[in-house]
Design a protein around this ligand. Structure first.
Ligand SMILES: Cc1ncc(COP(=O)(O)O)c(C=O)c1O
Length: 390
């Protein structure tokens, strides 16, 4: 059989980071061990019942069995705009400032293709969500990394970026609440971002995947709440985390009209929009009672408290995440991210993600997803304690 060669774009794609973690976990499980898997970011709770019901009813309507309008239904764009007004006090023109996405990842991967040319430069957070690099690879653009350091609360310091890189940069990815560090943005940081981006004509792409998950009564802030943000950027929102809808593949981008137009143009050529019944259920999620969201945030906050307090009680000095559902933990002296993650998996059958998989500046940390029950988290602590590391 003829062996077709993959395109340069595909050959440039980075290795899928989680593939090796999944293989290691499968290996330990195949040996008959019970693994507590805290390595991935897949929400463990079901989608709230009223959203599932909405899908069931919508799926029965023959009108929903047809092609959707290419740009998605206007009622879903209206719902996204109502959501932003209600949750963040942000006004959006639902006709021109909202694009419907097949989940946040699709939008994030599409954006470099929408706005950049081969050889252009993008600023990417390090550590950061690995899929930003999938989009930059497909668009054949160059990624330059912005270190996220603990002493700066994991916010990039624009003053320390190389001036040549800044001159070349055309786009920047940001993500707060942050995966993997659990850090939050401040108003002041977003104000600095707007003025930096305007000064250097950089399009800001703020990934707001964890926008609903803030702890200690502090609600995460939207980039679009910052004055002038819409002039220079967009925000990508997903229903995956807020409503436990990761498998449904629905999200939206909001903000700068020219960027929204570019996304819709690319999507007109790549797809017809989402299954209409999913669009109806997504509108239900955004517009109906938000009690399910408060309950979910309380669940993650309780898990965070149990886990962080538990680790501190066994002598591991760790910081508590302020938002998201991740804890970002410094590894004990004598280990690297990878040797420690392997050690926990092999000796305690607890899987965590090695921090270096998220970038060079992730070295020295591991990421824990708070995506299992309080009982399992407590058991993970007992298993770690039995290693007598601290
Ligand atoms: C930081 C971040 N951005 C975006 C996504 C993509 O989410 P989705 O494609 O399900 O909307 C994720 C998912 O894990 C994430 O962690």
């Amino acid at each position: 059989m003829f062996q077709f060669e993959q395109s340069i774009r595909l050959k440039t794609l980075p290795e899928q980071f989680f593939a090796s973690l999944v293989a290691k976990v499968n290996d330990i499980q195949a040996q008959g061990h019970d693994v507590i898997n805290l390595g991935q970011g897949n929400p463990d709770q079901p989608t709230p019942e009223h959203i599932v019901k909405s899908l069931q009813m919508a799926a029965e309507k023959p009108t929903n069995h047809k092609y959707s309008p290419f740009k998605g239904y206007q009622y879903l764009k209206d719902a996204a705009s109502a959501y932003y007004r209600r949750e963040f006090g942000v006004e959006l023109d639902a006709n021109e400032e909202v694009a419907i996405l097949f989940g946040g990842k699709a939008g994030l991967v599409e954006l470099p293709l929408c706005l950049l040319n081969p050889g252009d430069t993008v600023l990417v957070p390090d550590p950061g969500y690995p899929d930003y690099l999938s989009g930059t690879a497909l668009a054949l653009v160059k990624s330059e990394f912005m270190p996220l350091l603990e002493e700066n609360d994991f916010l990039p310091d624009y003053n320390f970026l190389d001036s040549d890189v800044v001159q070349r940069a055309k786009m920047m990815f940001l993500n707060y609440p942050n995966n993997p560090t659990g850090a939050s943005a401040t108003n002041e940081f977003f104000e600095k971002t707007v003025s930096f981006a305007k000064k250097h004509s950089v399009c800001v792409v703020h990934d707001f995947a964890y926008g609903a998950i803030g702890f200690d009564g502090i609600k995460p802030i939207s980039f679009l709440q910052t004055e002038g943000a819409k002039d220079i950027g967009i925000e990508v929102y997903t229903l995956s985390k807020t409503y436990n809808m990761a498998g449904w593949r629905v999200g939206f981008a909001v903000g700068n009209k020219s960027v929204i137009q570019a996304i819709e143009l690319l999507q007109d050529h790549l797809y017809v929009s989402l299954f209409p019944a999913i669009q109806e259920a997504a509108a239900t999620a955004l517009l109906d009672s938000q009690d399910c969201v408060s309950e979910l945030v309380a669940t993650y906050e309780n898990r965070r408290n149990i886990f962080i307090n538990g680790l501190r009680s066994i002598g591991w000095e760790v910081s508590a995440p302020k938002a998201s559902f991740f804890a970002w933990l410094k590894v004990p002296v004598g280990f690297t991210s990878e040797t420690f993650a392997d050690y926990l998996l092999n000796e305690a059958h607890v899987a965590v993600a090695a921090g270096n998989g998220f970038g060079t500046y992730g070295e020295g940390y591991v990421r824990v997803g708070l995506l299992t029950s309080e009982e399992r988290l407590a058991e993970a602590i007992q298993r770690i304690e039995s290693l007598h590391l601290f």
